[in-house]
Design a protein around this ligand. Structure first.
Ligand code: AHR
Length: 660
């Protein structure tokens, strides 16, 4: 049988190649030879509040510093109008009564008409993106000290033209904190609008949580997420979503670490902290970058559910970032950290009779979130990490043996540090080991065979953060060139081929604001109104939506294709829809032609679908021209069980064929 199909392959190939070269030129995809099951979690996304990913990003709040809790309480705000005198606007502190959200603004207004006394909020990076005909919801918390002030709110463009306006007359006169909102419609659009609040009348009003949201949030949820950004994730059909990072899990010091319990419940009770990316890079200062936690753990779980991804939270393991303070919790004081992990599992999976399950239910999600994966630490290393990992492992496995625990192997996938951690983690019986690589395109090409020799038994691999970084002279979105994406594609064929070992992979970071980024390259770039996918995005998406269920052998000359003649290949079967999918990468500067010969399949369709992504190595997508590098699909006629494929110079090529 094998001989026969090889013979046919040879005959067809003969029209293209000499018989002696044939062994090298045919890629034999043998559907009967499984390389392992593809985990449903194989391709996922990594989300961190970096580059304005959450605040100023997917979290659709448009007001910057809504609760006056930034280091400088009036950052983002300016005072307007000649009826405001010294002392009329005061930031006050009620720390004793409200530790999580102590500051508020008191406005004492005398005889002001609209336009004479007010405040402007500048929005996040570069202003607020306003859409014509869209509703905006203005809300605030207030307390009437002396009733008599009416609020006139308006959005204005850079020339001060009014784009939309509303009026809110605070109703509650009890002298207690109350909430109120008003909706208004924008009649024109602007990319960089500002938000004015004018005080009219006489009175004294305390204000907090001054907020503006668009109505077109993801799934129309009130105070929800930016739909265009989330749609980009949903389109990828990710197998998992890792959150909330990244380094923000660790914090600069332990006080600055991510604490999930402080990110749930009423948003006014979620205690803001400085985002560590605020000060991380001297060359990319972001003094207005804070975490309000309006997007917290409940919303992350909900997002995972919405996009059909497994939730994958990463928790602090009692170690702050080792590039910063490296602050460490002594082992005998680690219990609260471990308890946080146990409580998180209960929050996600427990029923209403459990302490933390009850909290989730009270937030509106009666069903469990079905948490199956949990990360212990982000990029931690050293013997201290192993000691802490062991303590987490013991406690979590004792109570929740089915939760898959993910452990860090540090920052450098080739170092002594890595080998130490890898060995130790395998010794303690780690379920999954998280490897990170931000490396050159050359590294990715060379490492496409990295997992060919990994032990098939024992710990699985999570390629938890990776991106090809071209030379350091290029900055920002210029780094998302085709050269990087094609190297990642080549590497990903190696991940797919080794699905028996690699169960999860995610590019990082995910989002970046063109005017507010700290780290590049990134998968998806946004401004106030628009979003575009990088070439890297299209590669991630193609792998993810064509992940299949079974890795199958794809050999050239009896060997996995992993760089020979600049070619890389992997193949999968999708037994849910009877499809065989071959992914190939040509990193040569010239076109190459290959025959793909299918074996171990009874019958193939006569037509396949061919998807090609190609370009010059320095090509990239931009906000103005987002489709320079995008997949192009066509139909390919097969000849029996063979396909002749032209692989353009520097291309990713995917062939999908139905089988019986
Ligand atoms: O993705 C950016 C950063 O890279 C992450 O926060 C961290 O885990 C890694 O060092």
């Amino acid at each position: 049988m094998k001989y026969k199909s090889n013979l046919i392959a040879l005959l067809i190939a003969g029209t293209f190649f000499s018989a002696s070269a044939q062994q090298q030129e045919v890629i034999v995809v043998n559907a009967a030879k499984s390389e392992g099951k593809i985990s449903p979690t194989m391709w996922g996304v990594f989300f961190e509040d970096i580059n304005m990913g959450a605040d100023g990003g997917i979290y659709a709040e448009m007001v910057k510093n809504r609760s006056f809790e930034f280091l400088k309480p009036m950052m983002g705000w300016s005072v307007k109008g000649d009826k405001i005198r010294e002392g009329d606007l005061l930031v006050l502190n009620r720390q004793d009564a409200h530790l999580a959200n102590p500051r508020f603004l008191r406005a004492s207004i005398k005889d002001a008409a609209k336009g004479q006394a007010g405040l402007t909020n500048e929005g996040f990076k570069g202003g607020m993106g306003i859409k014509k005909d869209l509703e905006y919801e203005f809300s605030l918390m207030y307390r009437q000290q002396n009733p008599g002030i009416t609020l006139h709110v308006e959005l204005v463009d850079e020339q001060n033209n009014v784009l939309g306006a509303g009026v809110l007359k605070p109703a509650d006169v009890s002298g207690k904190w109350a909430k109120q909102e008003v909706n208004f419609r924008a009649t024109s659009a602007a990319v960089k609008a500002k938000f004015n609040i004018w005080f009219e009348g006489n009175g004294v009003l305390d204000m907090d949580m001054i907020s503006l949201f668009p109505a077109d949030t993801w799934k129309g949820r009130k105070k929800g997420m930016r739909a265009d950004m989330i749609q980009m994730l949903a389109d990828m059909k990710p197998g998992f979503i890792r959150f909330p990072g990244g380094c923000i899990v660790e914090g600069i010091d332990l006080a600055n670490r991510y604490q999930w319990k402080k990110t749930i419940g009423p948003i006014e009770d979620r205690q803001l902290i400085m985002n560590r990316w605020n000060v991380e890079f001297a060359h990319r200062p972001s003094p207005d970058y804070f975490q309000t936690f309006g997007l917290g753990f409940f919303e992350y779980f909900q997002l995972a559910e919405d996009i059909g991804a497994e939730p994958l939270p990463i928790l602090n393991c009692g170690m702050a970032c080792q590039y910063n303070t490296a602050e460490l919790v002594p082992l005998d004081q680690l219990d609260p950290y471990i308890q946080d992990a146990l409580d998180l599992i209960e929050f996600a999976n427990g029923d209403a009779s459990s302490e933390w399950g009850k909290v989730r239910v009270s937030m509106g999600h009666a069903e469990p979130f079905n948490l199956k994966y949990l990360g212990v630490g982000n990029e931690n290393w050293g013997p201290q990490y192993i000691e802490r990992a062991k303590a987490f492992q013991k406690a979590i496995k004792a109570k929740y043996p089915k939760i898959n625990l993910i452990y860090s192997s540090g920052t450098d996938p080739d170092s002594e540090r890595f080998h130490f951690l890898d060995k130790e983690l395998r010794t303690i019986g780690a379920d999954i080991i998280d490897e990170h690589y931000y490396r050159s395109p050359e590294w990715f090409l060379k490492n496409a065979s990295r997992y060919d020799s990994y032990d098939r038994k024992g710990a699985k691999v999570f390629a938890g953060e990776y991106a090809a970084h071209i030379d350091g002279k290029t900055v920002g979105s210029n780094r998302n060139v085709w050269q990087a994406a094609i190297a990642e594609a080549a590497f990903m064929t190696g991940l797919e081929r080794n699905a028996a070992v690699v169960n999860m992979a995610s590019y990082a970071p995910l989002f970046a604001n063109t005017e507010g980024w700290q780290w590049a390259p990134d998968l998806i770039w946004v401004d106030n109104l628009s979003v575009y996918g990088t070439p890297n995005y299209y590669i991630q998406k193609l792998f993810s939506i064509n992940k299949g269920t079974q890795a199958t052998s794809a050999l050239a000359g009896g060997q996995a294709l992993s760089g020979q003649q600049g070619l890389y290949a992997s193949a999968v079967l999708n037994d849910l829809n009877n499809e065989v999918i071959v992914k190939m990468v040509n990193t040569n500067e010239t076109e190459q032609t290959r025959q793909v010969a299918f074996e171990g399949i009874k019958k193939l369709a006569t037509d396949g679908s061919l998807t090609i992504v190609k370009g010059n190595l320095r090509d990239r997508n931009t906000m103005e021209n987002p489709s320079v590098i995008v997949p192009v699909e066509s139909i390919l006629k097969l000849k029996g069980k063979n396909a002749i494929i032209k692989l353009p110079a520097n291309s990713f090529v995917m062939l999908k064929v139905k089988y019986k």
